[in-house]
Design a protein around this ligand. Structure first.
Ligand code: NAP
Length: 243
């Protein structure tokens, strides 16, 4: 079903985005691998090793024009935009009382406005195609809130509203829009937390372990393949949030 399609994954040089890019490549998708600072030649080769094409495109997705260029480049190279995964994200943690305006704005710009920017440019192409799947990476923190992450939680809750609104607007043309809400996943983002905090987090997870980037990638693939699920949030969190 995904074989021969084009998948754009933002922030895909490492962590969850990297695993998502590899998972789509294994399904036979040509990959548009977005990165901000750098991407290794090994990753591009690993993706191409799946028998697909891989185009690495540098773009800061918080910038409207750079996001437009990313989507236009994908369309020009591969002729369609079938899957868009909004994965790029940052944290700038701190208690609300001491949080700088810049730290609030930076997180909203990348995590929330970045997803708007790419959807804004990809949706026109998908509407013309009368098909497409958009998957936005939210977080359990967007559902639960988290002390020290007001900016990040607001961005990830915003992603859910964006997802549901886009799902309603685009459904009539066969385009699905869903979110995945990961819990505690082992990547550089969580690796910066001290051992004590990591242990506390894991103790609070019913399955008593951190998730892997591949666990998240599998959920993203499921939502890209299923053509009758839209406007949903799929938690991949070892049971942290049970709705
Ligand atoms: P990560 O290892 O820090 O990777 C994030 C990636 O996003 C990096 O490659 C980064 O590129 C890229 N990026 C950041 N800002 C960007 C921008 N403006 N434009 C383009 N790319 C940008 O994080 P991760 O853990 O894999 O997280 C991936 C996503 O999952 C994020 O949205 C995160 O919020 C979400 N998530 C993660 C967890 C978790 O436990 N890890 C839990 C819930 C949700 P540079 O390195 O070049 O900046």
């Amino acid at each position: 079903m995904l074989n021969g399609k084009t998948a754009i994954i933002t922030g895909a040089a490492k962590g969850i985005g990297r695993a998502i890019a590899l998972a789509f490549a294994e399904k036979g998708c040509n990959i548009v691998l977005n990165y901000r600072s750098s991407v290794s030649e090994e990753l591009v080769k690993e993706i191409e090793g799946c028998g697909v094409k891989c185009l690495a495109v540098k773009a800061d997705i918080s910038n409207f024009g750079e996001a437009e260029n990313l989507i236009k480049t994908a369309k020009a190279e591969f002729g369609s935009v079938d899957v868009l995964v909004n994965n790029a994200g940052i944290t700038r943690d701190g208690l609300l009382m001491r949080m700088s305006e810049k730290d609030f704005d930076d997180v909203i710009s990348t995590n929330l406005k970045g997803a708007f920017n790419t959807i804004r440019h990809a949706s026109g192409i998908m509407l013309k195609q009368r098909s497409g799947a958009i998957i936005n990476i939210s977080s359990v923190v967007g559902l639960m809130g988290n002390a020290g992450q007001a900016n990040y939680a607001a961005s990830k809750a915003g992603i859910i509203g964006l997802t549901k609104s886009a799902a309603r607007e685009l459904a009539s043309r066969g385009i699905t829009v869903n979110a995945v809400a990961p819990g505690f996943i082992s990547t550089d983002m969580t690796g910066v937390l001290n051992d004590d905090l990591q242990k506390k987090m894991i103790d609070s997870i019913p399955l008593k372990k951190a998730g892997s980037p591949e666990d998240v990638a599998a959920a993203v693939i499921f939502l890209a393949e299923n053509r009758y699920i839209t406007g949903q949030v799929l938690d991949v969190d070892g049971g942290m949030v049970m709705n």
